[in-house]
Design a protein around this ligand. Structure first.
Ligand SMILES: *[C@@H]1O[C@H](CO)[C@@H](O)[C@H](O)[C@H]1NC(C)=O
Ligand SMILES: *[C@@H]1O[C@H](CO)[C@@H](O)[C@H](O)[C@H]1NC(C)=O
Length: 237
């Protein structure tokens, strides 16, 4: 009996120090990951090509030139961007027939991806039917420039609705969440800057949990990957 007990104690001592070592290693790894992430977060700005204010001015001019005409607004925007930004600075997708359906946060619409990189994306998003849902919790700043129709938003504890009209921009800072509605027909130019890959699960999760629309999923992934690679090839992260 006695010898058995002391044997157990001897076996427990190395266990305790092994556990301590394991947790010390985990703490060091967590610290290194934290330091790396916060460093990357501080330097991400150097890869931004677009400027939210310039994009807002462009959206306003497009709305003024072609009020209520999304079919004319989109080519106006794309031709301005291709004239303004050299192909050596940013890769743009000029094929405005490349629309994909998207479900996220309970809302549904379609998007045309104009630009996609690791730190920025620019899309046209909307639906002629209206839709409503959760903005999602994001690691990027989001600028929603209304082109036609209206976007409404609910930001508790403020109980009055926010209303964004064509030419106005709805800025959703990263980490902030709201309920939103694309009221009746609404299209917007959405610009996001930050860590874009971390937003993808929100944009794609509904495929697996709800829509099973692998066709749209395939094209979304294909276009996003293609545009990311085109940007990486010119050094735009
Ligand atoms: C693009 O739009 C901006 C903002 O409206 C404007 O200042 C600029 O002159 C336009 N560029 C071209 C090439 O049309
Ligand atoms: C543009 O996109 C459409 C839809 O995906 C496709 O059918 C067409 O071939 C594309 N055009 C070019 C020039 O790539």
């Amino acid at each position: 009996m006695t010898s058995k007990k002391s044997g157990n104690k001897a076996a427990q001592a190395p266990d305790a120090s092994a556990t301590l070592r394991k947790w010390a290693t985990r703490a060091v790894i967590a610290f290194v990951v934290y330091v790396t992430c916060s460093f990357l977060d501080r330097i991400k700005d150097r890869w931004y090509v677009f400027d939210p204010k310039a994009l807002h001015a462009l959206a306003q001019d497009a709305v003024k030139a072609h009020p209520d005409d999304i079919n004319a607004i989109i080519p106006y925007i794309v031709s301005n961007l291709t004239a303004e930004y050299p192909a050596s600075a940013i890769a743009l997708n000029t094929n405005s027939s490349e629309w994909v359906l998207n479900n996220a946060g309970g809302a549904m619409g379609a998007m045309y991806i104009i630009h996609a990189s690791i730190t920025e994306y620019l899309i046209i998003f909307g639906t002629p039917l209206g839709t409503e849902g959760h903005t999602g919790m994001h690691t990027a700043d989001d600028y929603f420039n209304i082109l036609v129709g209206e976007q409404w938003a609910f930001d508790p504890p403020k109980l009055e609705m926010e209303r964004y009209r064509p030419g106005e921009v709805h800025h959703l800072p990263r980490g902030h969440v709201k309920q939103y509605k694309m009221h009746e027909g609404c299209f917007a130019m959405e610009y996001a800057r930050g860590w874009i890959p971390l937003m993808l699960p929100f944009g794609l999760a509904d495929v697996f949990s709800s829509t099973l629309d692998y066709w749209s999923f395939y094209h979304t992934v294909r276009i996003t990957a293609r545009e990311n690679i085109r940007n990486l090839l010119i050094g735009k992260i």
